[in-house]
Write a protein that binds this ligand. Structure first.
Ligand SMILES: Cc1cc2nc3c(=O)[nH]c(=O)nc-3n(C[C@H](O)[C@H](O)[C@H](O)COP(=O)(O)OP(=O)(O)OC[C@H]3O[C@@H](n4cnc5c(N)ncnc54)[C@H](O)[C@@H]3O)c2cc1C
Length: 151
């Protein structure tokens, strides 16, 4: 991994992270640029998950903020499937769930959100589904396609 005194780290890998990386490169940040995201997918847009992608009107590739090549061409490192678990602002380090420390000069916390889980009886049943991530959309789509009684 390439880090230096001017490493810019973006924690969280959603739309905000993908667009921030684009803006940083457009506006002259030429140093190392790292996106840390706990999902396995590169940054993507969520609106299609409940619309075109779920309906089958949009291809999977269309949901991504940038294609794979873009990250290579703009020298943006993606640490995917990687959770940031702590921040040490004095040492300027992001600590990852696996114990590694990623040093940064500048940090963007692109705070997203996650669904509030139901706490009522039955909330843990297999057929209580949530919609936030691409795999949620794919699961819902398969349930809708399979029809009543499936989940
Ligand atoms: C189904 C659906 C449909 C939507 N439709 C619309 C719409 O039509 N119009 C509209 O304006 N908005 C819509 N929204 C809302 C819009 O998608 C959000 O506003 C947008 O996703 C916010 O982007 P973000 O990058 O700020 O955060 P997020 O998309 O929440 O991304 C944050 C990312 O950070 C990751 N992360 C969290 N904690 C950590 C950690 N500690 N370490 C590493 N990674 C971490 C998360 O897993 C996630 O991948 C929709 C949302 C959903 C779910």
């Amino acid at each position: 991994m390439r880090t230096s005194v001017n490493t810019f780290v973006i924690v969280r890998g959603g739309l905000a992270a993908g667009k921030a990386a684009e803006a940083l490169r457009q506006h002259g940040h030429s140093g190392p640029l790292v996106i840390i995201g706990d999902e396995r997918e590169k940054p993507y847009e969520r609106p299609p998950l409940s619309k075109g992608y779920m309906l089958g009107a949009e291809e999977r590739d269309a949901i991504f903020v940038h294609p794979d090549d873009w990250y290579r061409e703009h020298d943006v490192e993606l640490l995917l499937g990687t959770r940031a678990r702590a921040l040490d602002p004095r040492a300027r380090t992001v600590e990852l769930a696996d114990g590694r420390g990623i040093p940064y000069a500048k940090l963007l916390l692109a705070t997203g959100s996650s669904p509030r889980r139901l706490t009522v009886p039955g909330a843990d049943l297999d057929n209580v589904l949530y919609l936030r991530r691409v795999e949620d959309s794919e699961r819902l789509k398969s349930v809708f396609t399979a029809g009543p009684g499936s989940s």
